[in-house]
Design a binder for this molecule. Sequence first.
Ligand code: FE2
Length: 148
Amino acid sequence: MATPSQEDYLEVIWTLIQEKGYARVADVAERLGISAASASKMVQRLHHEGLLTYERYRGFNLTPMGYDKGRRLVERHRILERLLTHLALGTASDIYHIVEGIEHHFSVESLEPIRALVDYIEAHPGWWNEFRQAQTAGGPHAPPADAF
Ligand code: FE2
């Protein structure tokens, strides 16, 4: 991963808190594949921005504002992950990395049509299967062979 953004930190911290009830700098560093020093710097920055409460040498927790922001970021990640999974764009790990790359470009508003599409796909599996089959069978709606 390129240098993780503030959003990546919040996603990871929010997820850790769901799992364990708190987060520690070492866990955040491990999940993001970065040094504890870098993680510690960002944690202090998030603390100054009022997104988490941090005491040196102790686990930390998100403020209500940080929690809310983290929840929305994780939700955005999941919506994009669902879409790419329906499109069968690779293994779970491939899809995870694609989503990590693109998610930061989606605002809450621009995500809404995607959420609507994913909900529709899941509510109408027959419709989606028909579309997928047309794509793979070279049917009338398949992309041209030289699409790329
Ligand atoms: Fe993400």
